[in-house]
Design a protein around this ligand. Structure first.
Ligand code: ZN
Length: 157
């Protein structure tokens, strides 16, 4: 990776960490799920609201390192308006990129590409995927219940 690209990616991460998008509690969410990464101390909650199959709104709140927060912010910005299937597919793709299994998929991921560098830092992979695991848990909960009910916290451990 070139130094310029590294810098660009870093500035995207810092920007989303400083000014996280969709950072709020959602009172009328259909589902929410908590995620925690004890190795780093990251903790967050994801809220999802649906219009049929479509994710009409998504938000998060929590605390943790810059990577976990930036990743959550980027995720919310990306999955809003997507269908549940599209969000799940994006999760698989994102996971393949940050774990270094499918680095080639990074090219088609827009701003999420900024997180592709974490594949070089195994401990950071958990930080970057935390919000996604929580989103995945919330989606699964909606599929089963379709109603608001708390789910057990997920851990990236
Ligand atoms: Zn972290």
């Amino acid at each position: 990776m070139s130094a310029e690209l590294d810098e660009l990616y870093q500035s995207i991460i810092l920007d989303h960490n400083r000014r996280p998008r969709n950072y709020r509690v959602m009172d009328d969410a259909h589902v929410h799920a908590d995620g925690q990464n004890p190795l780093c101390g990251d903790q967050l909650t994801i809220w999802l609201k649906f219009d049929g199959e479509q994710i009409s709104d998504v938000s998060f709140q929590g605390h943790g390192c810059a990577i976990s927060k930036a990743s959550a912010s980027l995720m919310t910005a990306t999955i809003k308006g997507k269908t549940r299937d599209e969000a799940e597919r994006l999760f698989s793709k994102f996971h393949g990129v940050v774990t270094g299994v499918h680095p080639e998929d990074a090219e088609s991921m827009g701003s999420l590409k900024a997180l592709s560098g974490v594949s070089r830092f195994p401990l950071r992979v958990k930080c970057a995927s935390l919000a996604w695991h929580a989103m995945h848990a919330a989606l699964a909960q909606y599929a089963t219940a379709g109603e608001a009910a708390p789910v057990a916290p997920v851990s990236t451990e």
